[in-house]
Design a protein around this ligand. Structure first.
Ligand SMILES: Cc1cc2nc3c(=O)[nH]c(=O)nc-3n(C[C@H](O)[C@H](O)[C@H](O)COP(=O)(O)OP(=O)(O)OC[C@H]3O[C@@H](n4cnc5c(N)ncnc54)[C@H](O)[C@@H]3O)c2cc1C
Length: 394
């Protein structure tokens, strides 16, 4: 076992760091938690594309670089430490591109993949999976896609669609077989939907942070050409299961609030200079040491998942275990931050009494969503129990 980064990997990390420091210095973005939710900057994505950093792990014949998932984890770690604005290309890079490579038609590969790796115009994707009655239990989707000649007609409603208001395409799950004798997981298909097509309506949902990042999406008699169906008809669940591993596997699950982690550590270092004898400081020191332990466990789990993929193994249980751990770590981080930094850290931006422009308060309010998006912690624990521990079903 070689439990270290290679010289080449260290050099790659340094190259990414140098690029990001130059971008920060040039004022292209600022480091503030929320880079993924709010950092939609096509120009920045283009700069990454020019460096070959979109599609890093994809085969070269599809415009990728054929590099390892450990290198991808290094890239994501550096991007998220400074909260670089990667939202424009992030989903295409993380899961849409890999899904098209595995399941897409030749036309889909030729049309989308070269445009993804160049961060071309009109290539931002959103995920149209969840519905009012289908979240964890995705097999409940009620949106239908009815075949009519060379077209499908879509009817239904999606919800919690992150970035739907900024996206050019949606990656949709819909029911294609409406026959109660067929098992539900054998009756759905995946489609690529033009978000500007007639019949698509995107309605904002404002979350409790006060941000507009997700939406409701209504599909009212939306006609799409059959060439936009991905993979085999009625086979969506097999495809989604493979895709979910990519969605769950990444370092971003640990680092959405990395600036909060840095701020807490720096704050406590200053506190230690003047309050060494204070019992509160003893509790604080113990708590941040625990946080540091947890952060390092999360980081190792993320690299282990990346390495599992590089070894050619399916990372389903590693990805579930990693995401469940990292989501809970991020919630504990924000909870601890508010307790260490005190009431001022719970005051929102705009007040003279707030700390760090309300960043900690915002992250605290974001925290509950981490344990839901991309699969809830309970559902991930079910995967760990059934797939890894092979426990009997409840
Ligand atoms: C910030 C954010 C962004 C999102 N972005 C998108 C997006 O872009 N596209 C998209 O399609 N969806 C998106 N979602 C939706 C997300 O995928 C769902 O919230 C998630 O799948 C859970 O579904 P649900 O909200 O319907 O909750 P439910 O499935 O109703 O779950 C409610 C509660 O019950 C628990 N539960 C459910 N089933 C089980 C079980 N079998 N065992 C134990 N406990 C269980 C859950 O853990 C949860 O605590 C987003 C969600 C959030 C919070």
């Amino acid at each position: 076992m070689r439990f270290t980064f290679t010289e080449e990997q260290n050099k790659f990390r340094q190259t990414v760091r140098d690029f990001l420091q130059a971008e920060l210095k040039a004022g292209i973005f600022v480091t503030k938690s929320g880079g993924l939710a709010e950092g939609n900057n096509q120009e920045f994505s283009k700069k990454m594309a020019q460096r070959g950093w979109i599609g890093l792990t994809w085969p070269q014949k599809y415009g990728g670089q054929g590099r390892t998932y450990v290198e991808k984890a290094i890239l994501i770690e550096e991007l998220f430490k400074v909260q670089a604005p990667v939202a424009y290309h992030f989903l295409a890079d993380r899961q849409i591109g890999p899904s098209i490579i595995h399941f897409g038609s030749e036309w889909q590969k030729e049309y989308f993949l070269p445009r993804f790796v160049k961060a071309d115009e009109n290539m931002k994707f959103c995920l149209l999976f969840s519905e009012p009655n289908a979240g964890s239990d995705l097999v409940n989707v009620a949106t239908t896609a009815t075949k009519e000649g060379d077209f499908y007609t879509l009817r239904g409603q999606k919800v919690w669609t992150s970035g739907g208001h900024q996206s050019d395409y949606g990656w949709l799950l819909a029911r294609t077989k409406i026959d109660s004798s067929v098992p539900r997981h054998e009756s759905c298909s995946q489609f690529i939907v033009d978000m500007k097509a007639p019949g698509v309506t995107v309605r904002p949902i404002i979350n409790m942070v006060g941000c507009h990042t997700f939406n409701e999406v209504f599909l009212d008699e939306v006609k799409i050409d059959r060439k936009f169906m991905v993979g085999q008809e009625n086979d969506a669940f097999k495809q989604i299961m493979a895709q979910m591993d990519y969605e769950r596997a990444g370092m971003e699950r640990l680092l959405q609030n990395y600036p909060v982690y840095e701020k807490v550590i720096n704050y406590v270092k200053e506190m230690g200079k003047t309050r060494k004898g204070d019992p509160f400081y003893h509790w604080v020191q113990d708590s941040v040491a625990q946080l540091e332990i947890e952060f390092n466990i999360g980081r190792l789990l993320c690299y282990n998942t990346a390495w599992t993929i590089d070894m050619g193994r399916k990372p389903t249980s590693e990805a579930a275990l990693t995401k469940a751990y990292c989501n809970q770590y991020e919630q504990r981080l924000n909870d601890l931050a508010t307790r260490v930094l005190g009431p001022a850290s719970q005051i929102r931006e705009g007040s003279p009494w707030t700390l760090y422009d309300g960043e900690i308060a915002d992250c605290y309010l974001w925290s509950p969503s981490y344990a839901l998006q991309g699969g809830s912690v309970e559902v991930l624990k079910n995967i760990v129990a059934l797939r890894r521990l092979e426990l009997p079903r409840k």
